[in-house]
Design a protein around this ligand. Structure first.
Ligand SMILES: Nc1ncnc2c1ncn2[C@@H]1O[C@H](COP(=O)(O)OP(=O)(O)OP(=O)(O)O)[C@@H](O)[C@H]1O
Length: 384
């Protein structure tokens, strides 16, 4: 499984300056608190290429990989001593909400292999609302690959002879050519084909149909379990207290590399509204006994209602920038695990040094000098 974490630690030296790191499976973003964007975005060596390498790693192997990654980040990218006086682990994509200036809302993060969603109410992350599904950029890339193969076979007959595209090239096709249609416009025949050239004179013609339908099919038509980005958000909303739902849907933020696909945020809003207002409930996802009509009052509330917000920050940097804002605010030290506390825990031996980030037990998150009140937001996103 991919490891992913958002961490805030303190820079060494007399003037403490928190370091903010977003350890993604595709990219690692790092920089200093208070900056509007990361100073370095480097390809992630921890995500593997989807070949299962991650899930095969033992805990010890993870320690070795992450130690090397962090040392290189500090010395090469941040150019400071790798010293961590205290550490704050963040709950999934929740910090992105700081970019909206509102403390209540939902964050959907569409990364490379998965999309994650979590709700935040009045600053407290509702960890029980968190969910992730394998509907990330890789799903779009796989669909693009299938469509390109079909089209090339039709054009030149079976076994057309052109070399298969590499994963990087397919990723490039998605970034440069794909979009998500909104409200049926533009339709495939309104979008012109795009010609791309890759190494070795490999020519790829991406038809209008592939450009417009790949992301739509991969992210919105539902996988074999009926899950789409829209059902992911509504299922998350359902796990939140009823009284909070109206406020939550008024501030939905879409982050991550997948959110950069033109049209995606608007299409998401459209799909959520369609599910909530469907006269006849659509076939429910596996394990669910009903449709989404329960969400109508919140999604179509007047005043209020669903709002997929725009903020003046690149969507793929939103989580990092949100964490940067959070780390520059006072009070983060009270919600951080200090080096001394960590070493004391290690000295006690046995058990976890850090609680699982999904734990909602305040006992897990009671660090000396910290408090249970911080428990809900004081969680990490490390899976190994
Ligand atoms: N303009 C774009 N259009 C489409 N896809 C894009 C665009 N820019 C980046 N991506 C895709 O976004 C993915 C990376 O997303 P992101 O930067 O959120 O990853 P990550 O945070 O490292 O991943 P994860 O959240 O899974 O750990 C890559 O697959 C990349 O191809």
């Amino acid at each position: 499984m991919a490891a992913s974490a958002r961490m805030v630690s303190s820079r060494s030296g007399p003037k403490k300056h928190p370091v903010v790191i977003d350890l993604g499976s595709a990219f690692i973003r790092c920089g200093f608190a208070g900056e509007p964007r990361p100073i370095h975005v480097v390809p992630s060596p921890i995500g593997g290429d989807g070949d299962g390498e991650d899930s095969a790693r033992t805990e010890q192997e993870w320690v070795e990989v992450l130690t090397g990654v962090l040392q290189r980040l500090y010395t090469e990218s941040l150019q400071c001593r790798p010293r961590v006086p205290s550490l704050h682990m963040c709950a999934g994509p929740a910090p992105a909400l700081f970019c909206t200036g509102v403390d209540t809302g939902m964050v959907l993060d569409i990364g490379r292999s998965e999309a994650h969603v979590v709700a935040v109410y009045r600053g407290a992350t509702l960890t029980s609302s968190y969910a992730g599904v394998p509907l990330g950029c890789r799903a779009v890339q796989e669909r693009v690959r299938e469509l390109l193969i079909e089209e090339e076979e039709q054009a030149v007959g079976d076994g057309g002879g052109a070399r298969p595209l590499t994963s990087r090239e397919v990723e490039d096709v998605v970034v440069r050519a794909c979009l998500v249609p909104v409200g049926g416009v533009p339709s495939p025949d309104q979008v012109s084909p795009m010609e791309l050239m890759f190494a070795g004179q490999r020519r790829v013609v991406v038809s209008g149909a592939t450009r417009t339908t790949a992301a739509e099919q991969a992210l919105f038509e539902g996988d074999e379990e009926g899950r789409s980005l829209a059902t992911l958000v509504l299922d998350c909303l359902k796990r939140c207290p009823r009284d909070c739902r109206r406020a939550l849907v008024q501030n939905v933020l879409v982050a991550g590399g997948g959110a950069v696909l033109p049209g995606l945020p608007a299409r998401l809003a459209q799909e959520i509204e369609a599910l909530a207002t469907a006269a006849a409930a659509p076939p429910p996802p596996l394990g669910s006994s009903e449709g989404y009509s329960w969400a109508r009052a919140a999604v179509c509330g007047d005043p209020g209602g669903l709002c997929v917000v725009r903020v003046p920050v690149r969507r793929d940097h939103l989580v990092w920038t949100g964490a940067s804002i959070m780390a520059s605010l006072g009070g983060i030290a009270d919600r951080s695990l200090t080096c001394e506390q960590y070493l004391a825990r290690r000295g006690e031996g046995g058990g976890r040094l850090l609680p699982d980030w999904m734990s909602v037990s305040s006992a897990d998150w009671l660090f000396e000098g910290g408090g249970a009140a911080a428990a809900a937001v004081h969680s990490s996103r490390v899976s190994a």
